[in-house]
Design a protein around this ligand. Structure first.
Ligand SMILES: Cc1cc2nc3c(=O)[nH]c(=O)nc-3n(C[C@H](O)[C@H](O)[C@H](O)COP(=O)(O)O)c2cc1C
Length: 171
């Protein structure tokens, strides 16, 4: 299977067509792809909170200083890790990060776009999302994924390939 073009053209999207809802089956497909990410001991300790409600999106904008564009997005997806389901202490963040990348690529593959907005490792931001979403103590928010239909295609960067970042056999 030839994935390279899709992988190289995924960009963070921060400008969305307001009011363009993500169809339920598309959302399920995207979350399914997220759930096919690798995870330690194959524990799949992720949980997804999907938010489409306008009032909730506005509240999210109040507690996340770098995600104001959530107000125009179709959905906010908070990707969380369940500490009671992880392989070993600390794997939740790694596993859910792998799921997030899958999720972003799934959005891109379906002609949508998204932006990963950090919640972890900021303790206060984590607490704010914990409270807003009513997460149990053992469910930790990793990131807010702002998702929707791009107004315009984001510009592509210069070649990011850097030979000096690769170390053969040893440093
Ligand atoms: C852990 C992490 C946290 C990020 N947090 C934010 C954020 O809070 N707000 C935002 O607009 N972008 C955020 N980004 C997106 C990055 O700015 C973006 O991925 C980077 O500039 C590279 O651009 P690209 O995604 O288009 O390749 C975050 C990305 C990662 C991986």
């Amino acid at each position: 299977m030839y994935l390279e073009a899709g992988l190289l053209t995924r960009r963070s999207v921060r400008q969305f067509e307001k009011g363009h809802k993500i169809a339920e089956n598309d959302m399920k497909d995207i979350l399914k792809i997220a759930m096919y990410a690798p995870s330690a001991c194959n524990k799949q300790p992720w949980e997804f909170v999907v938010i489409e409600d306008e009032a909730m999106k506005n509240k999210i904008a109040e507690i996340h200083p770098y995600a104001q564009f959530v107000k125009d997005a179709s959905a906010a997806i908070v990707v969380c890790g369940n500490e009671q389901e992880q392989c070993d202490n600390g794997f939740w963040i790694v596993d859910t990060s792998a799921a997030i990348e899958n999720l972003l690529l799934a959005l891109h593959g379906k002609g949508m776009g998204g932006c990963w907005c950090a919640i972890y490792p900021y303790a206060e931001r984590m607490k704010a999302f914990q409270n807003l979403l009513g997460l149990p103590e053992h469910v930790k928010p990793n990131a807010l994924i702002v998702a929707g239909y791009p107004i315009k295609q984001p510009t592509q960067p210069q070649d990011r390939f850097r030979e000096d970042k690769i170390h053969y056999e040893r440093w």
